[in-house]
Ligand binder design. Structure first.
Ligand code: EPU
Length: 364
């Protein structure tokens, strides 16, 4: 452990608010994670100075912003957690600039209220603005990569700060060069908006149907935002502290992209177990076919709410892709459930599910 008093003074001088032994469960939407020293940085200057100081001292750093995509060990983190809490938001003509720690849904809401469209399909997603490019957050047919203008990064190796264009970020389905990399810290993000107040083209079946829209038509952004919030809430995917179905990290597994050469075998396994008449939902994927992980989990025998009442960690009762903490779950409870689901799907359908959250001190 690092000498706490000396460190606290140095980080405090940079503008960080330092607390020892804070349960990280308080900082994550899954509400698990043991204790750590936390330096909360409410300004970009404090964030940059704090990370530089810790890097120079070679103290391990864990960056947390909204905490919505993290599964942290019950042992906590032996190093310093830097809480990204810079939260300024500026909306100009067709552009929004948000500091990394700004609450993502508040950013989306502010753009829609200001009369701009584009981000409304990404309403109700928990977490921070700065996290959205890291895993190329997407929902209801829109990915942040499609609207992003630039990202402001602190390069931890050189200490340099610069704006980076999307082309440099290697975006893919729920991924970018920033994911699983400690090389850079996102300081701010900037998105291009639609100035006529219309939504992004409606491409997701469930959403387009709600508006009776032909594929690719737009609707007023405010109406689309309201519908997305309604759909997400129906799946338990909007945070509500009183509802354990929302104590999750959103989708726990990404939808698997099966290479073209293996699609026939997967379809055959599905027909064998689920019957030849069932239609598995699929989507076009990069270099293959994207299958629905939620559907595969359910058909592999893990119903919504699995394993049932009283278990500390269960699948959401509204959506099989969300692993939930029913109030007293440990990280181990969640890991055990995740392994059981992953292994069951692999056994039944020969499909390997990849976890979406970043794990800290635990492995699946
Ligand atoms: N399904 C089931 N059982 C379930 C849930 C879903 O059989 O319990 C079936 C549904 O019937 C549907 C299919 O699975 O046919 C797809 O379900 P859904 O429309 O809910 O979408 P998803 O593929 O499970 C993805 C994203 C979500 C995003 C929604 C809407 C991933 C891993 N998940 O979910 O993103 O909100 O589409 O666009 O890409 C997230 O990444 O954290 C996330 C919530």
């Amino acid at each position: 452990m690092v000498a706490f008093d000396d460190l606290r003074d140095r980080l405090t001088a940079h503008g960080a608010r330092v607390r020892a032994d804070l349960p990280l469960a308080e900082l994550t939407t899954l509400r698990v994670g043991g204790p750590a020293t936390v330096a909360e940085c409410a300004s970009t200057d404090a964030l940059v100075a704090t990370v530089r100081e810790l890097d120079e001292a070679r103290i391990p750093v864990l960056l947390i912003a909204g905490g919505s995509n993290l599964l942290i060990s019950d042992a906590g983190f032996d190093g310093v957690v830097v809480r990204i809490a810079n939260s300024g938001v500026e909306i100009g003509d067709g552009v929004v600039l948000a500091e990394a720690g700004a609450n993502w849904d508040a950013v989306v809401a502010a753009t829609v209220e200001a009369g701009f469209g584009g981000l409304e399909c990404l309403s109700g997603i928990p977490g921070s603005a700065g996290a959205t490019p890291v895993q190329n957050v997407g929902a209801y047919g829109v990915e942040v990569a499609s609207l992003l203008r630039r990202v402001r990064l602190l390069d931890r190796a050189t200490g340099e700060i610069r704006w980076v264009e999307p082309a440099e970020l290697g975006f893919g389905y729920r991924t970018s060069v920033l994911k699983h990399s400690a090389a850079a810290v996102v300081l701010a993000v900037e998105f291009a908006l639609r100035t006529d107040g219309s939504s992004a083209p409606l491409r997701y079946g469930e959403l387009a149907r709600a508006f009776d829209a032909q594929d690719g038509e737009s609707r007023p952004a405010a109406a689309v935002r309201a519908e997305v919030l309604r759909l997400r809430a129906g799946k338990g995917m909007v945070l509500d502290s009183g509802d354990h179905d929302t104590w999750s990290a959103g989708s726990f597994f990404t939808n698997p992209v099966i290479p073209d050469s293996e699609v026939a075998a997967v379809r055959e396994a599905i027909a064998t177990f689920a019957g030849p008449e069932v239609a598995v939902p699929t989507y076009p994927g990069d270099g293959g076919v994207k299958f629905s992980a939620g559907w595969l989990i359910e058909r592999a025998g893990f119903a919504k709410g699995f394993p049932g009442d009283g278990a500390p960690a269960r699948l959401s009762t509204k959506h099989t892709l969300a692993l939930t903490n029913r109030g007293a779950a440990t990280a181990n409870d969640l890991v055990t459930l995740a392994r059981e689901v992953r292994d069951g799907v692999a056994e039944r359908f020969g499909v390997h599910l990849e976890p979406e959250p970043v794990t800290v001190g635990v492995s699946l």
